[in-house]
Design a protein around this ligand. Structure first.
Ligand SMILES: [Zn+2]
Ligand SMILES: [Zn+2]
Length: 309
């Protein structure tokens, strides 16, 4: 295929899809150093060191939990700082130091989504919070500083301008067509080569203008504004495909990020999770022009994710 400039479904974001000839899909990646996780008695998220720290949310018992949410000890934003207002939390995904998220059972991962949902509910009661981001950094390049499986919640008064812009574009699309742009995207991606998985609850696909190698999105089929609206079956389907995708990223030996956004004052978004393996380093073109080059065709990435399903 020839190189091709593609635009995001709705945002003013562009990528050059530029597969190199004869290259196998995962030739260009920077492998994360594959390390077996060893027990570490000083780990601050291991039960012996965290059981007495107060929980914001706990699945299980105080000394026998499956998932525990605590306040972030070194937050960039806090509720007592008017100049950088917000709150940050850490979600410890398992008591077992040696496990990665994808090693956990589908039920456990569904419980993790429930923990995200419960915290989102509580945090959004604070009328001063405008924006909630739930994210995970896995592996050094992706920004993780601690090995024990965890994700984070970041909530602020500040709404990033690109999200406000996106929200407005979605509203314009709706005014023009009467439909949600992402409901339309789901309809379109269901039929194409970028489809990874679909059941009665959720869809996973590699987006048309993937900014990153092997970028993949998970969305509920129902038009749901945020994670607190997911029902049990949806969380289970979501957990199932997330586990599969993270295992495939593990096969590539890549670090990754995933995230959900929630813009509080927009109650008509369509929830999605973006999963982004960190296989490319942005260089001159990306940093200078803002134009991203992605050497992996989204449809090749989808083909890779469909394996072993
Ligand atoms: Zn640990
Ligand atoms: Zn929708």
């Amino acid at each position: 295929m020839k190189q091709e400039i593609r635009k995001d479904y709705i945002q003013e974001k562009y990528v050059i899809i530029a597969p190199k000839r004869g290259q196998r899909p995962h030739d260009t990646i920077i492998p994360k150093k594959h390390q077996m996780k060893k027990l570490d008695s000083s780990c601050i998220f291991c039960p012996q060191n965290i059981n007495n720290v107060s929980s914001l949310y706990l699945k299980g018992e105080k000394s026998n939990w499956d998932i525990k949410v605590i306040a972030n000890k070194f937050p960039a934003v806090s509720l007592d700082n008017k100049k950088s207002y917000g709150q940050q939390e850490v979600v410890i995904e398992t008591p077992d130091h040696t496990k990665e998220l994808e090693d956990l059972s589908v039920n456990h991962i569904a419980e993790l989504l429930e923990a995200y949902s419960q915290r989102t509910k509580v945090i959004s009661h604070n009328k001063n919070i405008e924006y909630i981001l739930i994210f995970k950094n896995d592996g050094g390049v992706a920004g993780a500083s601690l090995q024990h499986a965890h994700s984070q919640i970041f909530a602020t008064k500040f709404l990033p301008p690109h999200l406000l812009d996106k929200s407005q574009r979605q509203q314009e699309y709706k005014l023009k067509t009467g439909r949600c742009v992402y409901c339309d995207v789901i309809h379109q991606e269901t039929k194409g080569l970028r489809l990874v998985y679909k059941d009665k609850e959720v869809i996973a696909f590699t987006p048309y203008a993937s900014m990153f190698n092997y970028e993949v999105w998970i969305m509920p089929l129902r038009h749901l504004d945020n994670i607190t609206e997911l029902n049990k079956e949806e969380k289970k389907s979501w957990a199932k495909i997330l586990k599969h995708i993270l295992n495939k990223i593990g096969q590539l030996d890549l670090p990754y990020n995933y995230y959900f956004h929630q813009v509080i004052n927009d109650e008509d978004q369509h929830l999605y999770m973006k999963i982004i393996p960190r296989g490319s380093i942005w260089a001159g073109v990306e940093i200078g022009s803002g134009l991203i080059i992605n050497p992996i065709m989204p449809r090749s990435a989808a083909e890779f994710y469909r394996q072993d399903l």
